[in-house]
Design a protein around this ligand. Structure first.
Ligand SMILES: Nc1ncnc2c1ncn2[C@@H]1O[C@H](COP(=O)(O)OP(=O)(O)OP(=O)(O)O)[C@@H](O)[C@H]1O
Length: 227
């Protein structure tokens, strides 16, 4: 039986008191790769923020990796985020420390203690994104694509049940976008579930997958025609 990672039923998404998306029904099963598209301001980021507890769920039912979003308490948010891998358009690496230290920072903050195990996990995730030899570099010494690959490695550290990527290729040129997308495709093939917001239709055509569109306050699935 498929395992549901995300289940929203009749959910309204707000920014403060403004209704952004109404009556959202959305299910994501383990192993899926789902795109979220829609023009600027259509609510993609607001939806994603609701999923990781940045915006409270005020109406409707929502469960994500076994957390009830409508009942989510402030103190549970770090636990929820530990089960999610979040990737942003602007990478959000800490500029004052190396790649390894960026990863170590997350491991320590999420309770890892054993130095050998930490090193092994960092090597493993950097290897998955093709960055194993660059752990000693500072973020400013890396290209945008490399920084994003490190950010993906960081998201993988605690074996997330869902990766939420908000326009991960938004700051990258087309070729680098494809390189980052290849990494996301590979980790999806290896079992990771991914929800990715994007404006990049070329990527969707190149890597077709289930696509949801935010438009005019609603969200619906777009059926891609086979060419
Ligand atoms: N912090 C905020 N406070 C109030 N309104 C906001 C806030 N952030 C976004 N909004 C509004 O919510 C609506 C949806 O914005 P959102 O950022 O979710 O769209 P988006 O589809 O992610 O856009 P983009 O593609 O530009 O990232 C917009 O009308 C925006 O102006």
């Amino acid at each position: 039986m498929p395992e549901t990672v995300l289940d929203l039923n009749g959910v309204d998404i707000f920014q403060r008191d403004n209704l952004i998306l109404k009556n959202v029904d959305l299910q994501i099963e383990k192993g899926e790769f789902v795109y979220l598209i829609g023009k600027t301001g259509s609510g993609k980021s607001s939806l994603m923020k609701t999923l990781y507890g940045d915006i409270p769920l005020k109406k409707g039912k929502g469960s994500i990796v076994d957390f009830d979003l409508a009942r989510l308490r402030e103190r549970e948010i770090p636990h929820l985020r530990r089960k999610l891998g979040i990737v942003f358009q602007d990478f959000k690496l800490l500029p004052d420390r190396t790649v390894q230290d960026n990863l170590k920072f997350v491991l320590k903050a999420t309770g890892w203690k054993d130095k050998k195990q930490m090193q092994a996990r960092m090597d493993e995730v950097l290897d998955k994104v093709g960055m194993k030899t660059k752990g000693f570099k500072y973020p400013h010494e890396l290209s945008g694509g490399e920084q994003q690959r490190v950010a993906i490695a960081r998201a993988l550290l605690n074996e997330p049940e869902l990766i939420i990527a908000d326009e991960p290729t938004g700051n990258l040129d087309p070729q680098t976008s494809v390189e980052v997308m290849e990494v996301l495709q590979t980790i999806n093939k290896n079992g990771n579930t991914i929800l990715m917001a994007t404006h990049d239709y070329a990527l969707i055509l190149k890597y077709p997958s289930k696509t949801l569109k935010c438009d005019d306050g609603e969200i619906f699935e777009v059926v891609q025609r086979a060419v």
